[in-house]
Write a protein that binds this ligand. Structure first.
Ligand code: MN
Ligand code: MN
Length: 430
């Protein structure tokens, strides 16, 4: 079973490189497991499995528990967007014999990591007949891939003197897409059906073409693009699909969000009111709504903000405080707080909530660790936890330690993944 879970996770990663593809694949899994689109149901009752597919980029899934919604939900929130290179509105230009695309990076990347690696092109655009088409070029072995060039060492004397962050700049992230001079638009149209005049109103993302692979002699690490945060998304989804819907006390909810990597803004991100809308509609359809009902539900809810954490890296020993670092293979990773410096902008989980979770964990064989990200004064970060905490929900960050986080090829421990799946299942059934 554990091996099946790992293989299905790797398969999910290979087929879900963008938030659109992830949302679509999650919806498909929900459809195949008895979940119903909440727009198509008029009544909601105990044991029902419901989802809300929001603008093709985020999705909420719920199994309705015995207790009324105002008595609280058990929520797991993850995100399905990952750092990448987006196509600009006017991307195409020709430089001598070469055809190039301008990109705009999305999320926190180290730009030098994105040159000289195979990239694939994903997204939506219109074809020459005016129909919207889904694009995926570069995943199939017979597809071409796309690459950003880097300077040969022989001529890189000046570049090598620069700071690492300046060696490759945002304006240098231009992708080689052809060697056909003025003919390239015609080729793109004829071979791929993509209307290049529609690029300005399309959504196209370039992501690493790498497939998920086991790493190391013992195969205890999974290397893949986008494990921040599709690892937590998939583990929580599988946990939700594995619980007994007839014996659930509190309503179990999994959130799969977009735009976390750029601040959770917009109508597919956590800061919007889309979840409030879903909750209100559930309460309406369950005939238990009243003024202040959703707020009461939040006040009584518990949440795991399921997101990854930077793992201790032996190659960069000096940025970690070893007693409090997250280690690959030590189990699911709780962070009481994230933030930076003096806990600036941190969502700091309440001790009473952590005590109750630890007590439950200690009655299982689940391996867990309580950690911080790195040395205090070095940096920091955040997740969606504060957004729900602001509404009154008890929230703690709970995900996987990841090596080379935000790089094109992130590393995660198979043992941690299994422990995370067990943790999420236990939590949803509380
Ligand atoms: Mn994340
Ligand atoms: Mn991230």
């Amino acid at each position: 079973m554990e091996e099946d879970l790992l293989y299905s996770y790797m398969n999910f990663l290979n087929n879900s490189k963008t938030e659109r593809e992830a949302a679509k694949n999650i919806k498909e899994l929900l459809d195949n497991n008895g979940f119903k689109d909440f727009n198509e149901v008029t009544e909601v009752k105990k044991g029902d499995k419901i989802y809300f597919y929001n603008k093709n980029k985020s999705i909420f899934a719920a199994i309705i528990g015995e207790e009324p919604l105002y008595n609280g939900m058990n929520i797991i929130g993850s995100h399905i967007d990952s750092p990448r290179l987006d196509l600009r509105p006017n991307p195409l230009y020709n430089k001598d014999t070469l055809n190039m695309f301008k990109t705009h990076y999305y999320g926190g990347i180290k730009k030098y990591q994105w040159v000289t690696i195979p990239l694939s092109m994903h997204g939506i655009c219109k074809d020459t007949n005016g129909n919207i088409i889904n694009i995926s070029i570069g995943e199939d072995e017979n597809d071409p891939i796309f690459v950003i060039s880097d300077l040969l060492p022989h001529l890189a004397q000046n570049q090598m003197e620069k700071k690492l962050k300046e060696g490759i700049s945002g304006e240098d992230l231009n992708i080689l897409v052809g060697n056909s001079g003025g003919n390239i638009s015609k080729i793109i149209e004829e071979k791929y059906g993509i209307n290049t005049k529609e690029f300005m109103v399309s959504e196209i993302e370039f992501v690493p073409s790498f497939k998920a692979r086991f790493a190391g002699f013992d195969k205890k690490v999974i290397c893949a693009y986008g494990q921040d945060d599709k690892s937590c998304a998939y583990a929580s989804l599988k946990a939700l699909l594995s619980i007994d819907s007839n014996n659930l006390k509190h309503t179990a909810v999994c959130m799969f969000l977009d735009k976390e990597e750029i601040g959770s803004e917009g109508n597919t991100g956590m800061k919007s009111n889309i979840f409030d809308y879903f909750l209100n509609e559930l309460m309406n359809k369950k005939q238990e709504n009243f003024i202040g009902g959703a707020l009461k539900s939040y006040m009584n809810s518990k949440m795991l903000s399921a997101d990854v954490n930077g793992a201790y890296d032996p190659n960069f020993d000096d940025v970690f405080e070893k007693n409090n670092a997250g280690y690959l293979g030590k189990g699911i990773n709780f962070c009481k707080y994230t933030g930076s410096r003096g806990k600036s902008s941190a969502s700091d989980a309440n001790a009473e909530y952590l005590m109750s979770l630890k007590e439950k964990l200690d009655n299982t064989d689940i391996k867990y660790q309580f950690t911080e990200m790195g040395k205090i004064d070095i940096g920091g970060g955040g997740t969606i936890s504060f957004i729900l905490a602001d509404k009154g929900v008890e929230v703690v960050d709970c995900g996987f330690p990841v090596l080379s986080m935000h790089s094109p090829y992130e590393m995660l421990s198979t043992d941690d993944f299994i422990n995370g799946f067990k943790t999420y299942k236990m939590f949803l059934e509380l």
